[in-house]
Design a protein. Structure first.
Length: 438
């Protein structure tokens, strides 16, 4: 009886969904419900795990974000590998190829349903170039009989370049591709166990995202081929939702094999994404902030302009979906000072707000990352199973870029600017609304 009830409920829900509830793209900008759509959101990559293992905390975090006006969440809907894998978010969704943890999938159902209640939207990330969720490297390892992965730091003797080269083998491994596409099909066609709505019919999902920060490394042509084929594959399964890459952009390292224009120049890629890491890239040193901060701001400004120009050329919306810096003096204690972070957040938000007011392609920003009430086991710890999930992924020192519920001055900045971004949204003429395409 329950099965037939869910089917009937799903039909009723689908019939009540207006096509305009889905975020769409028209003339280089996001459109939703007949209005332009701009947002200040956050990265909330661990939401699925909270939905499975700590529903009470998840509800509190969503309420906090909602009160701040933050209604766009970039979430991770995939994790791979067994429980013994180091520096991984655990438990993982896919422990072995095709073996899925239904409790975690129901956690994702719960997350999306609670977001729907709060009129929040999700950018749903499907894979990861980096090892903290398993991702590309785990697929490659599986396809090669569980061979060892050359992990980057903090592994003893870890090397970033060796890891990147290994992870990039994903693009030419047919078995890995098959497993990933099987996962995409299962997720896109999933029926939410709580509200009965199929994911592909749920406007709570703003976009499917191919992966977190995929790179071309030694074979950018093969990488780009994978982008376009995978995006088209998703479009064939789901005509309602947008698709984005999860691109970091034209990073300072040419060896990363990305080309912002070429990577996004395909009709199956609906909008542009880029990330900005002044500290990771060596532009800003928190222990020498007076000397390096102003120089980092200049470089960050130019980096934003360079990517915005490409989005204008492509006439596609653009989102800065990751940025952040540490607390003052690179302190990992949750009560330490955050004056430079606050200045940096205000600079980023004000800059993007100004561009959004004058350039239609500039559409959104997500800071990295929301920790809320979560706290590290100890400052600068490496995450292990049983610790709180916070904004810093498991392979990074905990407390590095996290924004806590006690960072009152930062929360005030967030609340102020969410209102300003929301105020940008204007109604379209009826003639324009009728031309919306997905």
């Amino acid at each position: 009886m329950m099965k037939y009830y869910l089917i009937l409920l799903s039909v009723l829900l689908i019939s009540s969904v207006n096509a305009q509830e889905f975020v769409q793209v028209q003339d280089g900008q996001f459109i939703r419900n007949g209005k332009t759509y701009h947002y200040l959101g956050t990265n909330f990559w661990y939401g699925m795990n909270l939905g499975s293992n700590n529903k009470e905390r998840l509800l509190r975090e969503l309420d906090r974000l909602n009160q701040l006006g933050i209604k766009n969440l970039r979430i991770m809907a995939a994790s791979e590998g067994d429980i013994d894998a180091p520096w991984r978010m655990q438990p993982s969704l896919q422990k072995e190829p095709g073996e899925y943890d239904e409790d975690l999938l129901m956690g994702l159902d719960f997350l999306l349903n609670e977001m729907k209640k709060r009129n929040m939207l999700a950018v749903v990330c499907l894979n990861n170039f980096w090892p903290w969720s398993g991702g590309f490297s785990q697929y490659v390892s599986w396809a090669n009989n569980n061979e060892d992965i050359p992990f980057p730091p903090p592994a003893d003797g870890g090397d970033w370049r060796s890891y990147q080269e290994y992870s990039a083998k994903f693009y030419k491994n047919e078995k890995a591709q098959e497993w990933f596409q099987n996962f995409i099909k299962i997720l896109v066609s999933r029926r939410n166990s709580i509200n009965g709505m199929m994911y592909k019919n749920d406007p709570t999902i703003m976009a499917w995202q191919l992966a977190n920060e995929p790179e071309g490394v030694d074979n950018p042509h093969l990488y780009r081929e994978w982008i376009f084929e995978t995006a088209q594959f998703i479009k064939q399964l789901d005509s309602n939702h947008l698709v984005s890459i999860g691109s970091e952009g034209n990073t300072p390292s040419a060896k990363n094999g990305t080309n912002f224009f070429k990577d996004h120049n395909n009709p199956s890629i609906d909008y542009c994404t880029f990330h900005l890491w002044v500290q990771n890239w060596g532009w800003y040193d928190p222990e020498d902030a007076r000397e390096t901060y102003s120089k980092a701001i200049l470089k960050a400004s130019q980096y934003i302009i360079d990517h915005l120009k490409v989005a204008e050329r492509l006439n596609k919306p653009i989102v800065l979906e990751e940025f952040g810096i540490s607390r003052d003096d690179n302190n990992y204690e949750s009560r330490s000072n955050i004056s430079y972070r606050n200045d940096y957040y205000q600079f980023i938000f004000q800059s993007l707000l100004n561009y959004s007011q004058n350039i239609r392609q500039m559409s959104g920003v997500n800071f990295w990352a929301w920790a809320g009430e979560g706290r590290p086991r100890e400052p600068k710890a490496i995450w292990k199973e049983g610790d709180d999930f916070i904004g810093d992924p498991p392979h990074e020192y905990q407390g590095w870029y996290s924004v806590y519920d006690t960072d009152i001055s930062t929360l005030q900045i967030l609340q102020d600017f969410t209102g300003k971004f929301n105020s940008l949204d204007t109604s379209l003429p009826d003639s324009s609304t009728n031309k919306l395409s997905k």
